[in-house]
Ligand binder design. Structure first.
Ligand SMILES: C[S@@+](CC[C@H](N)C(=O)[O-])C[C@H]1O[C@@H](n2cnc3c(N)ncnc32)[C@H](O)[C@@H]1O
Length: 278
């Protein structure tokens, strides 16, 4: 039976009625693709502290306000709290090795004349992925990198993740090679490292909702969309993969994560684990 009273108890997460939960889930899924229908506990535990601080008396009040007003502050809060931004440097290393060994040489050959690559990290979270891609490109191009435009578009819907990405300050894992630490990072006094200016300047961070039409100026040679579509249902994934396909040059690539797959009827050709070509 539906709970009628959702008053604040003071401690612990606020309760949410089944109806308000469903309204919230529908709003997030229809606007951002993220399927939270099995994540009631995640919604209440991640949002409650902020809602209490803002003075909301019940979850219902917040959901009413959110859906009626659709104000930026509330939407930003919801996206900051309810997206999963887990990411790290060198994630799925074999996949990155394939990118370095096969894809970079191929796109560099293809662009030998215009010396311009178009790479998109879609769902970049706090920036490790696009910075990591930059480091692989710089390593491959060596001294010639300065003659190339290797700028990477990196997008997300979490303002918090994008702020961290733009700052570019990280606790580096041991998986970062020692020479990369020297070349591509500047050490800070507190033991963290900031990505070096030429790496930072290679990444253009933007807010972009993957549910929106893709209208970037150029078509992409490579789209990375790793560990993002796992939060979407199948029709949402299929429609996004179709939009990625249309936004990719012939022969361009889509890289997803090893824990994901494309539908049988996806338009791409599979090249290797989680790696597809148009
Ligand atoms: C788990 S992180 C993946 C980060 C990185 N690609 C990786 O593989 O490590 C998933 C990211 O997708 C973003 N995301 C989820 N839904 C999105 C949407 N509709 N539009 C844009 N980004 C979205 C989240 O905000 C989150 O930062």
């Amino acid at each position: 039976m539906e709970t009628k009273s959702m008053e604040l108890s003071g401690f612990g997460p606020m309760t949410i009625s089944e109806a308000d939960f469903r309204r919230m889930v529908n709003f997030i899924q229809s606007s951002y693709g993220i399927d939270l229908s099995q994540k009631k506990q995640l919604i209440t535990s991640r949002l409650s502290p902020a809602l209490k601080k803002l003075g909301y008396k019940s979850f219902g009040d917040f959901v009413n306000h959110l859906l009626e007003k659709k104000e930026n502050d509330e939407i930003t809060l919801v996206l900051n709290k309810l997206t999963t931004n887990y990411t790290f440097f060198m994630r799925e290393k074999e996949h990155l090795d394939y990118f370095c060994g096969h894809i970079i040489p191929e796109i560099v050959r293809r662009h030998e004349r215009d010396k311009t690559l178009a790479i998109w990290s879609a769902g970049c979270s706090s920036g490790e992925e696009p910075y990591n891609i930059t480091m692989f490109l710089y390593d491959y191009l060596g001294a010639k990198a300065k003659q190339w435009d290797t700028r990477i578009l990196a997008t997300d819907i979490s303002a918090q993740a994008l702020t961290k990405a733009r700052q570019g300050v990280y606790n580096l894992p041991d998986t970062i090679p020692a020479d990369w630490k020297r070349k591509y990072f500047v050490p800070n006094r507190d033991g963290t490292h900031t990505v070096a200016p030429d790496v930072k300047n290679n990444v253009i961070f933007q807010t972009f909702n993957l549910m929106d039409p893709i209208k970037f100026r150029r078509k992409f040679d490579v789209i990375f969309c790793r560990n993002v579509m796992i939060y979407f249902d199948q029709p949402t994934k299929d429609a996004l993969v179709r939009r990625f396909y249309d936004a990719t040059v012939p022969g361009g690539y889509l890289l997803i994560s090893a824990s994901e797959n494309l539908s049988q009827n996806a338009p791409y050709r599979r090249l290797a684990t989680a790696t597809f070509q148009k």
